[in-house]
Design a protein around this ligand. Structure first.
Ligand code: ADP
Length: 884
């Protein structure tokens, strides 16, 4: 039986009414959705999930879960973390968001389980959640799907019915509406906050710019304020005096009434007179009758003032100046008047202070700008004189009426730049000043600054200063007075601890007095100028050095430099090529370690103290690995070390040696046979001796062989000189190599010494060779003669002819003394002999192989040797095959 009270429709209406209330309770939309989930369980589900679609339209965020079973709620949270759905995933929430329609799984079986899960662990999770019937409904607000609500009947075993679907859809749409409202509200709130912030910022800006504007026009502000003071105080005049930078004088700065006072820039010493007393005592002063008071300012009297009241202008206990009001009629200023004026004074002091803070910030800004400009100018050129001139132009009038730059040249100060606001005055005064040199004993200015290295500041230049500076020279004093300086600043140009010069700023205006801030600026300017000048000097020096280095690199003499410690600092290209030692392996190391053989000769190198003394070079041998070079070397010492210059004399030296060797060899070679011939001839001539036939024959044979040897020596010398002069005619033709060699062998066999065996081998089918037959024979004869000569202990001498691809090789092989490997390259040189001193008793001119090489070369052949000391030699040459 269905009673009306319990009809599901009624329950539904009640539920929705409750829900509407609950949902309206919060304007936090996430909170609202948590509420929805709570409402759904247990009325509409055993567990429930609420998701929203993110702004990107893809990501789905689960914002609330609820379950009747607390264990399942934990599971739901876990799933929420591990498997957040996206717009295209299989979960029911994603499906309903995609379609915008409810999705119902009346019976949630295993097929549904698989269809709505992403993987096996997901499936397992859902299985544990155990949905039996499931329903997902979209959250739709203003025709937009903003999320989904997923409901499941589980342990209660129920199935979703049509009314429940309607109810769920209804709940979802209310929830969506609530969320939409909440979002709209929060957006509106955000927008309002932004707008408010913007308004606030605008207000701040206004306040700031207002203040800035006020600051910008302090003059106007003060005039207005002083007018106000006059009105409030019923006074005829109101004047404001400011303390100057050194703090010992008051300067009339603003005035209403006696404006002249300001125009005249009246200065009143602190402590003197009326205003001076206010400043000194820092308390109000009332003067009932001006005429009866000691007043310093005649203007006040002239103005016809009778009574005066003055108050100090103080900010945080600091005195800025004095303000006073005056009346042309006799008047008694009451205590009230005094208090009011002090109050007004405080306001005005604050305004001035703020403005002067602003002013000093602006001044600092201008200073920085000026310094930056100066730096740029100084950095733009390496011509320091021009830069300094432009710098002085820049400094006037910003820093003063005059800017003078003096630079030290040796001990003298030279004026390099002068700038003045008025170019004509500049020229005249400059000329005048030029007549008086700046001396280091000057009492003030550049001379003094150079001497002390410290800046000088004379805030107020007096005539005594000028007198002292003139050093008693009346003309100089006149020149100094003519400049009309009122304030002076002089800073040294210091770079790397050295004083390079000075920069002097002069003011001609009484109101412009240099103070500590100007000093700092000028010192900074001087520092930058000094750095620029120093840079330019360094650059020029570097250039000069680079030029010198370039020259050194390209001169033919070897040049190197050792520092005081004997470390190589420079090693030029010629030094590299003479010694074969690269600069890389030498520079930076001790010469005695880096240059082989240096230690042995270093002490013998003549060292001069100046290049001019020109010590004559010494010729010394430097023992390098594997060879010796002869150097003509000299050195000059200077304060950083010693520079050595050398020339390679090895070639000259070798030639020299060869020549002297040759003279001794040739004279020996000529004298020996001559002595033999002479001896034999004398013997033959003797009448007292009865010579038998054999002895006579022997003597005659001595004469003939020795003559032959003599002729050959002379011949060799002739050939060598002909080759030198290129006067050798060759008659190149096609010849039979075997035939050529055979004649040589036959000739040799005629006077073969005992113990020597001559063999001849020749390949068959030799092609003809190209050559001059006489010259081929000459070379072969020389080879065979040498082979015999350098086999003093006898042995086989073989003449062999072989065929090569395009040539025929003639070799003469012996088993004699051999040639050491190190000598093999040079034995073909003119006059070169391995054993010039004949220690092995074998004589020669050293010309044979030279002639052979030259002849073979002229026949387009090649000559070579293979030999081992004590192991015999193989001298060979190849001649090209004659082509048909
Ligand atoms: P020389 O008149 O001294 O023999 P060469 O020019 O013919 O002049 O030879 C140069 C040097 O070569 C010789 O002094 C000798 O030391 C070396 N030499 C030449 N031929 C031979 C050889 N067959 N065996 C050993 N040394 C040789």
């Amino acid at each position: 039986m269905i009673t009306r009270d319990h009809s599901p429709a009624d329950e539904g209406v009640r539920f929705l009414a409750e829900a509407g209330q609950a949902l309206a309770a919060s304007l936090d939309w996430e909170q609202t959705l948590v509420q929805v989930a709570r409402l759904a369980v247990p009325a509409l589900a055993d567990w429930c999930i609420v998701d929203v679609l993110e702004e990107d339209g893809v990501t789905i965020k689960q914002v609330a879960v609820a379950a009747a079973d607390p264990g399942k709620e934990i599971l739901l949270r876990e799933m929420r973390a591990l498997y957040p759905p996206t717009i295209d995933s299989p979960q029911p929430a994603a499906r309903t968001i995609r379609s915008g329609e409810p999705v119902l799984f009346e019976e949630f079986g295993s097929a549904e389980l698989r269809a709505t899960t992403r993987d096996v662990p997901h499936l397992e999770l859902i299985r544990r959640l155990d949905p039996r019937s499931a329903l997902a409904v979209p959250l739709v607000a203003r025709a937009r799907t903003i999320g989904a609500m997923t409901l499941a009947w589980s342990e209660s075993g129920r199935r979703y019915t049509e009314p429940e679907i309607v109810l769920a859809t209804e709940l979802a749409s209310r929830a969506a509406l609530a969320v939409d409202n909440a979002i709209l509200f929060s957006r509106e709130r955000e927008a309002r906050a932004k707008a408010e912030e913007a308004v606030a910022r605008l207000r701040d800006l206004e306040v700031i710019s207002e203040a800035a504007l006020t600051h910008l026009d302090l003059d106007l502000l003060l005039q207005e304020l002083l007018d106000g003071v006059r009105t409030v105080m019923h006074a005829d005049t109101a004047v404001c005096l400011l303390l100057d930078e050194p703090g010992d004088e008051l300067v009339a700065s603003w005035a209403r009434g006696p404006e002249e006072e300001v125009e005249a820039g009246v200065r009143i010493p602190v402590g003197a007179g009326f205003a001076g007393r206010v400043a000194a005592t820092r308390s109000p002063v009332f003067i009932p009758d001006v005429e009866k008071a000691e007043l310093v300012n005649p203007l006040l009297m002239k103005r016809g003032l009778k009574s005066l009241l003055g108050v100090p202008l103080l900010v945080e206990g600091r005195l800025l100046g004095v303000m006073h009001v005056g009346s042309v009629t006799s008047r008694v200023f009451t205590n009230d008047d005094e208090r009011t004026l002090q109050l007004l004074g405080d306001r005005i002091a604050l305004a001035i202070e703020q403005s002067s803070l602003y002013e000093s910030a602006r001044a600092a800004g201008r200073r920085l700008e000026f310094l930056a400009e100066a730096s740029e100018l100084l950095g733009s050129t390496l011509d320091s004189a021009a830069a300094l001139e432009r710098l002085s132009d820049l400094a006037v009038p910003y820093l003063g009426d005059w800017c003078i730059v003096d630079m030290l040249r040796g001990d003298l100060l030279e004026r390099v730049a002068v700038a003045h606001a008025d170019p004509e005055a500049q020229a005249a005064a400059y000329e005048f000043l030029q007549r008086f040199p700046i001396t280091p004993d000057a009492a003030h200015g550049p001379g003094l600054v150079i001497a002390t290295g410290r800046a000088e500041l004379i805030s107020v230049v007096t005539d005594e200063h000028l007198q002292r500076a003139s050093g008693g020279d009346p003309e100089y004093l006149e020149a100094l007075r003519a400049i009309g300086m009122t304030s002076l600043l002089c800073a040294p140009l210091v770079a790397r601890g050295r004083v390079l010069g000075t920069i002097t700023m002069l003011s001609e205006q009484p109101e412009r007095r240099y103070g500590p801030a100007d000093l700092v600026t000028t010192e900074e300017l001087a520092r930058r100028a000094a750095a620029a000048v120093d840079n330019a000097m360094l650059y020029r020096e570097a250039e000069r050095r680079a030029d010198a280095a370039r020259v050194l690199e390209h001169i033919g003499d070897g040049v190197f430099m050792l520092d005081r410690e004997g470390v190589v600092r420079l090693w030029n290209r010629a030094a590299e090529s003479v010694t074969g030692l690269d600069a890389d392996e030498v520079v930076g190391r001790l010469a005695t370690e880096a240059i082989p053989g240096w230690a042995a000769i270093a002490g013998s190198v003549p060292v001069a103290s100046t290049p001019a003394t020109g010590s004559s070079a010494e010729t010394l041998p430097l023992e390098l690995p594997g060879r010796e070079v002869w150097l003509s070397i000299a050195a000059v010492e200077f304060n950083e070390g010693t520079v050595y210059a050398f020339r390679d004399l090895t070639a000259d030296r070798v030639l020299e040696e060869l020549r002297s060797d040759f003279v001794s060899t040739v004279s020996h070679e000529l004298r020996t046979p001559l002595a033999a011939i002479y001896g034999a001839a004398l013997t033959l001539q003797r009448e007292d001796l009865q010579l038998d036939q054999t002895l006579r024959g022997n003597l005659l044979s001595v004469i003939s062989t020795e003559s032959d040897r003599l002729a050959r020596t002379v011949n060799d010398i002739l050939w060598a000189s002909r080759l030198d002069a290129d006067r050798v005619q060759l008659d190149v033709g096609t010849h039979d190599a075997r035939e050529l060699a055979r004649t040589v062998v036959e000739a040799a066999e005629v006077h073969l010494p005992a113990g020597i065996e001559l063999s001849f081998s020749c390949e068959n089918d030799l092609p003809p060779v190209l050559g001059d037959p006489d010259k081929v024979r000459q070379v072969l004869t020389n080879f065979v003669d040498n082979a015999i000569k350098y086999s003093p202990d006898g042995g086989v001498v073989e003449l062999r002819i072989e065929r090569l691809e395009h040539a025929v090789r003639f070799s003469v092989i012996d088993a004699g003394l051999g040639v050491p490997l190190s000598e093999q390259r040079r034995i073909f040189d003119k006059f070169y002999r391995v054993d010039p001193n004949l220690t092995r008793g074998v004589g020669g001119t050293g010309l044979g192989l030279y002639i052979s090489r030259e002849l073979v070369r002229r026949m387009n052949g090649t000559i070579s040797v293979e030999s081992r000391e004590g192991g015999g030699s193989n001298f060979s040459f190849e001649l090209p095959v004659a082509t048909a």
